[in-house]
Design a protein around this ligand. Structure first.
Ligand code: NAD
Length: 470
């Protein structure tokens, strides 16, 4: 079996007990992993603190730091197969997706944030008084990055890349279900020449374990968290006690609005991707599909046919589009929604092992759990609507506000509806397309703060005003 240790101060260590990482396709352990607790969290934060307070990283220029981050991006590409296989074995993601999307985007994220920091401008403010003010964006310090399991490596890079690029040091706690790629990333960071203590990886569980010890540590200057809204509330409580700024990327229940004037081929194609990519284990999933009544029957016929064509199977088979769910516990959760859907299942249901077939549910009451709660699996509800105003109302009728999709060929409607939807990202006639300069984050229970470009800079730096009499 493979083994993945913590990476603390440049060394890969396993000082205490271990836990198994289970491959959800074989349902057998494939790796052992160091199990951290308060003692290991203390070691990791101490290493990151030392590297920040005394080490070269925050004091390097952007060009030198950026060159090392670019070297890391190159190594990520060179080790693409190893990284992709780690995520695939940890959580059942199709290897082709990890190799073709997650790993290349991870390398791209590191390059983007290195370049963005190097090229960023700061404000200069000539004042009426004759004084001159300017802004310095200084690194915030030690960043605790707590990550989920659905896009392990890629989501970690959205945190680690900007944090490092702006001169911070990091303790990354990957999800317990997907530990492997984080250790590989930290090994590659050392190989790239990033100094010891700058990127530390701490493994373990959340409550009463590595996660809580890390987020409760007063020596941490920023907490960036992606995961469930409930966990976000707990972490915010810990952060409040230390007055540590916290950024939260939380759950979602994306509404997908298909108007009668939509390009139907395009709408079906993206709606399939929006709910079934990564077996629906996507915070941005279009899990509430609303279709304008005149095209409901035709849309459903095409949508169900396309869902039934998706290939379920061994994540390592290049033909596979849907693998198992990430863990037994998660499979049981999704199974509960499928078995008690309170609607009519048009296609789908449970598959072999921990797989769930692409499942399409109609006639689910608006207040039923499957319509209101985040299922986080390949399960979609389809509901008709009769007017634009109704579409906006039902889309906004959710405690979440991460994203929404709008399919229409009417340009005015696209803008009008996008403006009224209460969600952090609106995709019109597309899905999942991302520009790293744009804000990414959620309204309401979907989070606090935004990631991306200058938004990441705001969070990972302490902006300082220097006012000069000249
Ligand atoms: P989770 O909240 O269970 O766990 C996320 C991380 O938090 C893990 O590393 C876990 O160990 C840690 N954790 C758990 N309890 C903790 C505690 N008390 N203190 C400190 N750390 C703790 O989430 P998950 O099941 O891994 O991920 C799925 C969720 O993530 C879904 O709700 C999904 O929508 C959300 N998500 C959001 C985004 C986004 O960008 N908004 C992206 C991906 C996933």
């Amino acid at each position: 079996m493979d083994h993945f240790g913590h990476v603390i101060d440049g060394e890969e260590i396993t000082p205490g007990p271990t836990f198994d990482s289970v491959d959800p396709w074989t349902r057998e352990p494939w790796a052992t992993v160091a199990l951290g607790g308060a003692a290991e969290a203390d070691l990791a934060v101490s290493a990151a603190r030392r590297a920040f307070d005394e080490g070269p990283w925050p004091r390097m220029g952007f060009a030198e730091r950026g060159a090392l981050i670019h070297r890391l991006a190159d190594l990520i590409e060179e080790h693409a197969q190893e990284l992709a296989l780690a995520d695939s074995r940890d959580m059942g993601k199709p290897l082709a997706d990890a190799l073709g999307k997650d790993v290349p985007r991870t390398a791209q994220n590191f390059r983007f944030f290195a370049d963005h920091a190097r090229l960023a401008m700061a404000e200069t403010l000539p004042m009426d008084s004759g004084h001159h003010a300017y802004t310095r964006y200084e690194p915030a310090g030690v960043v605790a990055a707590v990550a989920p399991w659905n896009f392990p490596l890629m989501l970690e890079s959205w945190k680690v890349a900007p944090a490092l690029a702006w001169g911070n040091t990091v303790v990354l706690k990957p999800a317990e279900d997907t530990p492997a790629s984080a250790t590989i990333l930290a090994r590659l960071a050392r190989a790239a020449g990033i100094p010891p203590g700058v990127l530390n990886v701490l493994h373990g569980y959340g409550p009463n374990s590595a996660g809580s010890a890390l987020t409760e540590d007063p020596r941490v200057d920023r907490i960036t968290f992606t995961g469930e809204s409930g966990t976000g509330r707990i972490i915010t409580g810990a952060a409040a006690r230390n007055l540590t700024p916290v950024s939260l990327e939380l759950g979602g229940k994306g509404a997908n609005l298909v108007f009668a004037d939509a390009d139907l081929d395009n709408a079906v194609d993206w709606s399939i991707k929006a709910i079934f990519t990564n077996a629906g284990q996507v915070c941005l999933a279009g899990s509430r599909l609303y279709v304008e009544r005149p095209i409901l029957d035709e849309f459903l016929a095409r949508f169900v046919a396309a869902a039934e064509r998706l290939v379920i199977g061994d994540p390592r088979d290049p033909a596979t589009q849907i693998g198992p769910l990430a863990s037994q516990a998660h499979y049981e959760k999704v199974r509960g929604y499928v078995e008690n859907s309170a609607g009519k299942v048009l296609t789908g249901g449970l598959g072999d092992g921990w797989t769930v077939k692409p499942t399409v549910v109609v006639d689910a009451p608006a207040d039923s759990p499957i319509m209101c709660e985040e299922v986080f699996g390949p399960v979609v509800t389809v509901t008709p609507f009769d007017s634009e105003a109704e579409a906006v109302r039902v889309a906004n009728d959710s405690p979440y506000g991460l994203n929404a999709m709008v399919f229409t060929e009417n340009l005015s409607r696209a803008h009008r509806v996008s403006a009224q939807l209460r969600a952090g990202t609106i995709w019109t006639n597309c899905f999942f397309v991302r520009d790293l300069r744009a804000p990414f984050g959620g309204f309401a229970d979907s989070g606090w703060g935004r990631e991306g470009g200058n938004f990441s800079r705001e969070f990972f730096t302490e902006p300082k005003a220097v006012v000069m009499a000249i």
